[in-house]
Design a protein around this ligand. Structure first.
Ligand SMILES: Nc1nc2c(ncn2[C@@H]2O[C@H](COP(=O)(O)OP(=O)(O)OP(=O)(O)O)[C@@H](O)[C@H]2O)c(=O)[nH]1
Length: 626
């Protein structure tokens, strides 16, 4: 079972390293779920003495107030998480979590470091802080135990301290002991009335179970320790309390006799003090029948045993908390995205990878897997035909206009057989108007493609992480689309121009000639400009232009898709990639300029996840070996 306590020790150390000590978190933290023993009591009630005698070492800073006048009186100003590890043999040593791998064998140095580390966090202001100091003691003379030493409860602030300190200390103590997993070691001096004990008062508030039973003033996780039994007034004793006849708690009170101030001043060592304590109880007429369950040694063993039982019962709860937390952490980490690679190659790879994802999403829009690509078809199916219709060739080929163009084309020499030039002019002037709708279609498709770029950018979760890359990818894609639009315009307008440059001969060959139509070849040239003649020319031209328009209506979309849509699918970011290859590592880094807050959050989450995962492995191992 020893590994149970060492598991909890390990987890507590890891929690402290992560700053996860139950404060400032909205989630239940692992720390909160780990059982521990908190030592509470009024100032000078003997808390430090009890802790030291359980450890069997002198290592806690002592209020110089106890030795010198005019001092602050508050020595413990930060919680001290004390983990005792029993080792089989060897010299005892201490280690602070904030000084990794530094073994201290001189316990006077340990005391100094506790005082210094307290000052580092709180300044020399005599303020208090709830950030714990973590100390592990390895010794053959201890039992495996985790204890938290808390500042002593007080009723008045001393000089240099704000009045709020009284309440602040109480709040801090309460924040530790109100957690259901906290075992409370309530220290009360025997030479004071128990009815006024600060320790009993506060533990009763947070652990009220059994309160209704008059005999049982405090509940299921409070252990009462009676100090200073040797200092009780002559004629009084604590037998009734220790026997459970008065001030009864669920667990029997344990009496201890610590070193007196005079012993401390004389540097009586702890081993001798323990021996003397044993002798005190066994030789005392009042207490010898209780001696087997009195004293610091018994207290240490009893606490260790109790802690094991509690831990055992909490394991399923801790396991489920760990599993739940791992799932939450993983979900949040995946929301935050991958961390940035350190080297330029890694960065380049990462950028390409993100671009690839963007490109894929973009293609999905065009291919109908995601919405939006259908707007392109809408251009071809509605916008282009409607625009072509609006050209109104029939109006352009009005009699007046036909006459005008034919006459102009004839120039000084009226046509003799057929108005060849006139036809050409009429056709050209009509077909050329198709350039407008053709160009508009190119622009309309370009607009759709651009809109899809913006959509794909915002749908690429990986880009959200990197605002600069997001802008650059968006810009690069739009630049490519601009280039494609130019190409597309050229190609599409060429199609229109081609129709002007060479007319379909067959169409004209198949036209019925004047004579065949019953025209009179002997008509004068002047007659050739008569209405029916011109109307026929207009009709011929209109049907030719309509034919051309029909075929352009089919070929313009082909050209647009070829030059823009197909190209966008194939080479949207090619240009960007070429430029990327030329970039310096610094420039690559600037593309991946993640929000520092996100980076910090990810690092913190990753650390926490690591803690929870290793906790999961260890706790599972312990649970299986039960
Ligand atoms: N004779 C005798 N003196 C004790 C006993 N327990 C504590 N003392 C003395 O009481 C004084 C206060 O004891 P501490 O252990 O420093 O008390 P504390 O609760 O840690 O005090 P703060 O840290 O100031 O809150 C010291 O001078 C101890 O020597 C005891 O059982 N018998």
């Amino acid at each position: 079972m020893e590994n149970l306590i060492s598991l909890v020790n390990k987890l507590q150390r890891a929690c402290t390293a992560l700053g996860d000590h139950g404060e400032g978190s909205t989630l239940p933290t692992l720390w909160d779920s780990l059982p521990a023993i908190a030592v509470v009591g009024g100032q000078s009630s003997g808390k430090s003495s009890v802790l030291e005698s359980i450890v069997g070492k002198d290592f806690l800073p002592r209020g110089s107030g106890k030795l010198l006048p005019n001092s602050s009186g508050i020595v413990t100003r930060r919680p001290l998480v004390l983990q005792l590890h029993k080792i089989d043999e060897g010299r005892e040593y201490a280690e602070f979590l904030h000084l990794p791998r530094k073994r201290l064998t001189d316990f006077a140095a340990v005391r100094k470091e506790i005082a210094d580390e307290t000052d580092r966090e709180t300044g020399r202001s005599k303020q208090i802080s709830s950030v714990p100091i973590h100390l592990s003691i390895y010794s053959p003379n201890v039992v495996n135990l985790t204890m938290i030493d808390l500042p002593g409860l007080t009723k008045v602030a001393v000089e240099g301290q704000p009045d709020s300190i009284v309440q602040d200390i109480e709040n801090m103590v309460r924040s530790y002991i109100e957690k259901p997993n906290c075992i409370i070691l309530a220290i009360s001096p025997a030479n004071q009335d128990l009815a006024t004990s600060d320790a009993i008062k506060i533990s009763r508030e947070v652990d009220p179970k059994g309160k209704l039973l008059q005999l049982c003033p405090s509940g299921e996780r409070t252990f009462g320790v009676l100090t200073k039994i040797d200092l009780m007034d002559k004629g009084t004793d604590a037998v009734d309390i220790l026997e459970g006849k008065s001030y009864r708690l669920q667990f029997p009170w344990i009496g201890v006799v610590n070193r007196s101030q005079a012993d401390i001043n004389k540097s009586v060592d702890m081993i001798a003090a323990r021996r003397r304590e044993r002798e005190y109880f066994t030789n005392s007429l009042d207490y010898k029948h209780l001696a087997h369950r009195m004293g610091s040694e018994h207290l240490g063993k009893m606490l260790s045993k109790h802690l094991e039982t509690v831990i055992k019962s909490r394991i399923p709860g801790i396991q489920s908390l760990i599993n739940k937390s791992i799932a939450e952490l993983e979900a949040e980490l995946s929301r935050l995205g991958k961390p940035i690679a350190a080297d330029a190659g890694g960065k380049l790879y990462m950028i390409m990878e993100i671009c690839r994802i963007f490109d894929q999403i973009y293609k999905e829009h065009l291919d109908g897997i995601r919405p939006g690509g259908d707007k392109i078809y809408n251009v071809f199916d509605n916008q282009l035909p409607a625009a072509l219709k609006r050209l109104q060739f029939d109006k352009h080929l009005s009699m007046e206009n036909v006459r005008k163009l034919i006459t102009e084309a004839d120039g000084y020499q009226p046509h003799l057989i057929a108005p060849e030039q006139g036809y050409r002019r009429l056709i050209e002037s009509s077909v050329v108007t198709i350039r407008g709708p053709a160009e508009a279609s190119v622009d309309a498709v370009h607009a759709v493609l651009k809109e899809l770029v913006h959509k794909a950018v915002s749908e690429t979760v990986e880009l959200k992480q990197y605002p600069t890359l997001r802008v650059e990818v968006g810009n690069a894609a739009c630049d490519s689309l601009d280039r494609m639009r130019e190409e597309s315009k050229k190609a599409t307008l060429k199609l229109v121009d081609m129709e002007c440059s060479y007319l379909t001969v067959d169409f004209f060959r198949k036209l019925p000639q004047d004579i065949e139509k019953g025209g009179n070849p002997t008509h004068s040239i002047f007659d050739r400009y008569n209405d029916s003649y011109l109307r026929r020319i207009g009709t011929n031209v209109l049907s030719y232009v309509n034919m051309v328009c029909g075929s352009l209506r089919n070929s313009i979309p082909k050209s647009i898709v070829y030059c823009q849509v197909r190209e966008a699918k194939r080479t949207l970011l090619d240009h960007f990639f070429t430029e990327l290859g030329r970039k310096e590592p610094k420039q690559l880094a600037s593309l991946l300029d993640e929000d520092p807050a996100v980076m910090e959050r990810r690092a913190a989450l990753a650390k926490r996840l690591e803690l929870y995962r290793s906790a999961q492995t260890e706790i599972d191992a312990v649970a299986w070996s039960k």
